[in-house]
Design a protein around this ligand. Sequence first.
Ligand code: HEC
Length: 216
Amino acid sequence: MKNLPLLFCGIFFALAFSFTGLVLSSNIQIGSLTQTTETEDENGNPMEGETLYPLMASGLAQQGKQVYIEMGCIYCHTQQVRRDGFGGDTGRNWGPRQTVARDYITQDRVLLGTMRTGPDLMHVGGRPLNADWHHLHLYNPQITSPGSNMAPFPFLYETRKIEGAPAANALKFPPNSEFSPEAGYEVVPTRRAEALVEYMLSLKLDYSLPEAQIVE
Ligand code: HEC
């Protein structure tokens, strides 16, 4: 084993080289990104008095994100819009522009995802789908999207007997739906379902960044 020192040097340099290449270079490129305005002044500083993007998610939306993680939505949905020429994401209306590293800096856990069994959700809150639609879809995707192969999440809802007047937040099933509860019963979202839908509605890519402008 007279080459032991050489072997150790080799291992050390292989590790040091990959650390520098992967970790340090990415940190230098994107590690110091901060929130900023849609355009910056000539010195690269945020414009005074304008809103800083990306926005922070509200408390309820953050709770909803936790539910999203627990339910495994990430196994079928991504949250990253590819640039034009690298797939048809903008053409599918998944977002008005590509996503960039800065879009994620206000998030503790970034849920980019890898599989697209369903559509990308980075801009789902910007689509014409309201809370009523999301609740019906989560309760059973077949109600809003017949033939969907998305899993239903009925356990995020409670079916209960109507006591007095129906609850204001009870699910609004289409007339004669085969999924409606029995007469005299209603389906109401649990707090987790309310949070999850709030999270869906908060996902919007409707702002520009200096490095990624929305082109009208
Ligand atoms: C087994 C894969 C799968 C899982 C798990 C899954 N989805 Fe889906 N999702 C789909 C498919 C496929 C579609 C497209 C058909 C449809 O609208 O149901 C879809 C559509 C959607 C849409 C409509 C998007 C649009 O633009 O029309 C939303 C919102 C959504 N899913 C949210 C969720 C959430 C939240 C979860 C976790 C609670 C989840 N999905 C889990 C497969 C999945």
